[in-house]
Design a protein around this ligand. Structure first.
Ligand SMILES: [Zn+2]
Length: 77
């Protein structure tokens, strides 16, 4: 299983790029693409997306380890 050289997140090779870095770059793009937003709303939106990321990354890592566990359990000994 390859590990992202940037953030250290393990990811499946079939996914192509690291999902964590993808999410981060998407987040950066989104915040750049909304210059007309009110600063108050923008900070609220940013907080919301950071919360999603903070919850999403651990969930993704748990998902990968669960997948590995299932795969190793299915393998004949
Ligand atoms: Zn990464």
């Amino acid at each position: 299983m390859p590990f992202c050289k940037v953030c250290g997140t393990p990811y499946l090779k079939t996914d192509g790029a690291c999902p964590t870095c993808n999410a981060l770059s998407l987040l950066r793009q989104q915040s750049r693409q909304e210059p007309g937003m009110a600063p108050e709303k923008l900070s609220r939106e940013r907080k919301k997306s950071w919360l999603g990321l903070a919850l999403g990354i651990p969930l993704f890592i748990i998902f990968i380890y669960a997948m590995l566990h299932i795969m190793s359990a299915l393998k004949p000994a």
